[in-house]
Design a protein around this ligand. Structure first.
Ligand SMILES: Cc1ncc(COP(=O)(O)O)c(C=O)c1O
Length: 358
């Protein structure tokens, strides 16, 4: 007999990840670190692998300890996860019940939509204006007696926009008065330079999510963490898999925390690339939307042109995003920032594409 899954999962469409790999394609669509690591770093990493390393179950305690030291908080306030994605899922597993409302800014990170559906929540989307602004009051006024969680990626993807820490605190305070949790997803915070993490000590309804995938360049390792009160973390531990992260992730994460200059240098390079690309495009009369992550939104006029350019570049083996359905994103293509050389190559092909559709 055919056994159906839970009813709410029947409507949930998941797609396979594509296989446009880096051997052939310049992936400017995934917000990954495109600079890579030096030979010395790779050598250090390879040297970590021993027979015992491979055969023993992971011991995450050194990474909890190191993170606690870096963040200057007790380790009991940290929950490691297999990518920040798994941390976000844990929050839904622990707190979101059927018919609870989950408020998100829209558009935002894809998995909030997926997890809302997976856990049968009612998703409340608060749209960005056409000019990519979103007054915080529009978020707080959506809070109702059934709201359980507000998810804010800050900086947000795919818009690259940010709320100031002051604005976030306003949201967190009003949410707290209404018994609502706020998840601030700081996947890209290093590119912005600010963080809501200090608010955790004063607000017990705040969960800050971070990743090693972006500025720290470890997307393959699937490593992230949550910071909240020790009580919230103890709740999250109830849904923890036997081993929340693997040994590679632990060692790589520790390595990056012990060598903070690697990420610092990468973040500086991204700023150089952003500045260079903005200046070059302004020579062509093309604007970049103000953004604070490792990608930019380039204004090409409208959704049709954005789709055409995206397609032409794909034929040139450069992957970007374009042809968005959301009104605020329609005029844009989203392009990941890489090294200056990668940006030069992209710009050459981008200019050719613009000529082709003129
Ligand atoms: C806003 C945001 N949050 C979370 C993630 C998930 O990152 P990871 O699961 O690699 O930590 C992403 C990935 O692109 C993202 O853009």
């Amino acid at each position: 007999m055919r056994v159906p899954p839970k009813k709410n999962l029947l409507k949930l469409n998941r797609i396979f990840n594509d296989n446009l790999n880096r051997d052939e394609f310049l992936r400017l669509d995934k917000n990954e670190n495109l600079q890579g690591f030096s030979k010395e770093v790779i050598e250090d990493i390879l040297n970590m692998v021993t027979s015992d390393f491979l055969t023993a179950y992971p011991d995450a305690s050194p990474l909890y300890k190191k993170l606690a030291q870096c963040l200057d908080i007790p380790k009991e306030q940290i929950y490691l996860s297999a990518g920040s994605d798994a941390g976000i899922k844990a929050v839904f597993e622990v707190y979101v019940e059927s018919e609870d409302e989950v408020v998100v800014i829209h558009p935002t990170y894809a998995m909030y939509y997926v997890y809302s559906q997976m856990f049968n929540a009612r998703l409340i989307e608060v749209n960005f204006d056409k000019n990519l602004s979103l007054p915080v009051e529009r978020i707080t006024e959506k809070i109702s007696s059934t709201t359980k969680l507000i998810c804010i990626a800050n900086p947000n993807s795919p818009t690259g926009t940010v709320f100031s820490v002051k604005d976030l605190e306003k949201i967190i305070k009003i949410a707290s008065e209404n018994g609502v949790l706020v998840l601030v997803d700081e996947a890209y915070y290093q590119f912005w330079g600010s963080s809501a993490i200090d608010l955790v000590s004063d607000h017990d309804n705040l969960i800050v999510v971070r990743t090693f995938s972006k500025a720290l360049g470890l997307a393959s390792a699937r490593l992230g963490y949550l910071v909240s009160t020790a009580e919230t973390v103890s709740h999250l531990f109830r849904v923890r898999p036997m081993y929340e992260v693997n040994s590679f992730a632990i060692s790589l994460g520790l390595y990056m925390l012990e060598h903070p200059d690697i990420a610092k240098e990468y973040v500086n390079k991204i700023e150089q690339s952003r500045k260079w690309l903005k200046e070059e495009l302004s020579k062509d009369g093309i604007d970049i939307a103000p953004g604070f992550a490792n990608f930019v939104l380039i204004n090409v006029g409208d959704s049709k042109r954005a789709s055409q350019i995206t397609e032409i570049l794909l034929n040139e083996k450069i992957v970007i995003k374009g042809g968005f359905r959301e009104t605020c994103l329609k005029p844009y293509t989203r392009v990941g920032l890489g090294t200056l050389d990668q940006m030069r190559y992209f710009l050459k092909k981008f200019r050719e594409a613009l000529k082709e559709i003129a």
